[in-house]
Design a protein around this ligand. Structure first.
Ligand code: NDP
Length: 390
């Protein structure tokens, strides 16, 4: 029996992971499930899967979780320290699917235990890629990508030598507004931005797909995970979302990974790796699809892509600043404090204001310094949004 834990179990990735695990419950011993506000779902799944421990990130919800688990044999706990406690419980395979920078600390703690971390939480790599990979190396742990593009790259690289890789192309659907006239984007609502044309995902990543902040994070994620130079990473808009990524080799060959838009493929690949087992996902009917389209992204429509390249060029803790400013600005958009097209301007202003602060950006990549950079970025983003609203 493999011991598994799922961080962010109540979310979109967490639920897809549970869907796979629940198909062969005899193969898994569920150690910990964690969630946020969705206590009913967390408790139901913890009981159904016989989890040892269920954790909510919110202290004030501990009584509700305890009440839902009374007499079930699953322990209840809450708060950041409980998330860390869940991460240090021995497990062979841990899914990191908390949304946002909050996923970093539990992911690092899980890596320190030396098992396998299936990484959906791309914010960890954007915020602290070198630290995360170093902790994995130091503890003999394995990090497997779960983002569909990165799983696709990983699969295209099986048996290959990185020195033979010339370029990596990640695809982007273009998000909810890819066909909107540029002038209309200013009035785009949260509801409209939350509808993805091809994928069913959590609200935050769906809005980030519309603005391409998600793709910006993924460029940085590709750079950190595969150690490839930023100028060798390309983005193509591919409206069908069927080719997830391509790897170009020095002999001119281009290896593409195709599959239906179902995250259970990438999750299942990470769950069964290095084996490839049958998965309950649809099969592509290429003749039925007929054609696949690709085009260069319009940088005027998607300024986030340029910002990602600036962040990689700056290095240091600028990834942590970028991610935190992006998260705070997304909160601002969801709360109606800033318009859709205003988000990139706020993030850029924060990067500019902090960029010259060498003490902050070039500080050692420790959790304390990352937390400090994250904090400053969020308060500057807040200030920028207040000024723009005034
Ligand atoms: P969801 O919003 O659907 O789920 C997020 C999960 O994190 C929920 O379990 C939520 O709890 C929990 N959570 C939220 N805030 C906190 C916090 N502060 N501390 C601890 N837990 C918290 O997100 P997704 O599943 O869409 O995304 C998860 C991660 O995977 C993200 O990093 C995303 O970028 C990445 N990803 C997602 C893909 C997708 O298809 N959805 C594809 C590729 C990557 P609750 O809901 O109970 O409040």
């Amino acid at each position: 029996m493999r011991r598994v834990s799922i961080f962010g179990a109540t979310g979109s990735i967490g639920q897809s992971t549970i869907d796979l695990i629940a198909r062969t419950p005899e193969a898994y011993d569920v150690v910990a499930l964690t969630g946020g506000r969705n206590i009913a779902r967390l408790a139901d799944d913890a009981v159904r899967l016989g989890a040892e421990l269920a954790v909510t990130a919110h202290d004030e919800l501990l009584d509700d979780l305890r009440a839902a688990l009374v007499g079930t044999g699953t322990e209840a706990a809450a708060g950041e320290s409980a998330l860390i406690e869940a991460a240090v419980r021995p497990a062979d395979w841990v899914m990191s699917a908390i949304v946002g920078a909050a996923g970093l600390r539990p992911g690092l703690k899980a890596l320190e235990q030396g098992g396998t971390l299936a990484l959906a939480n791309k914010e960890s790599l954007v915020t602290a890629g070198p630290l995360l990979m170093e902790v994995a190396r130091a503890h003999g742990a394995t990090v497997l990508p779960v983002d569909s593009e990165h799983s696709a790259i990983f699969q295209a690289l099986v048996g290959e030598d990185m020195s033979a890789v010339e370029r990596i192309i990640i695809t982007a659907s273009g998000g909810a507004f890819r066909d909107w006239p540029l002038a209309d984007l200013e009035r785009a609502t949260v509801k409209e931005a939350s509808r993805h044309p091809n994928w069913a995902m959590g609200q935050r990543i769906t809005i980030d797909s519309a603005s391409m902040f998600n793709k910006a994070l993924e460029i940085i994620e590709t750079h950190e995970f595969f150690g490839i130079a930023p100028e060798r990473i390309e983005v193509l808009v591919h409206p069908e979302s069927l080719v997830h990524a391509l790897v170009g080799f020095r002999d001119g060959a281009l290896m593409a990974h195709l599959g239906v838009s179902d995250m259970r493929h990438a999750i299942g690949y990470a769950l069964n790796w290095p084996a490839r087992e049958a998965l309950p996902v649809g099969r592509l009917d290429l003749a039925g699809i007929g054609q696949l389209n690709f085009r260069h992204p319009d940088e005027a429509r998607y300024p986030a892509l340029r910002l990602a390249r600036e962040v990689m060029a700056r290095g240091g803790l600028s990834g942590a600043v970028f991610n935190a400013a992006k998260e705070a600005t997304l909160d601002g958009f969801i709360a109606g404090r800033i318009g859709f097209t205003g988000m990139a301007g706020v993030v850029e202003a924060v990067l500019e204001r902090i960029g010259s602060n060498e003490g902050l950006i070039d500080a050692n990549m420790t959790l304390d310094n990352i937390r400090a950079a994250d904090h400053v970025a969020r308060s500057l983003a807040d200030e920028e949004m207040r000024e723009r609203a005034a």
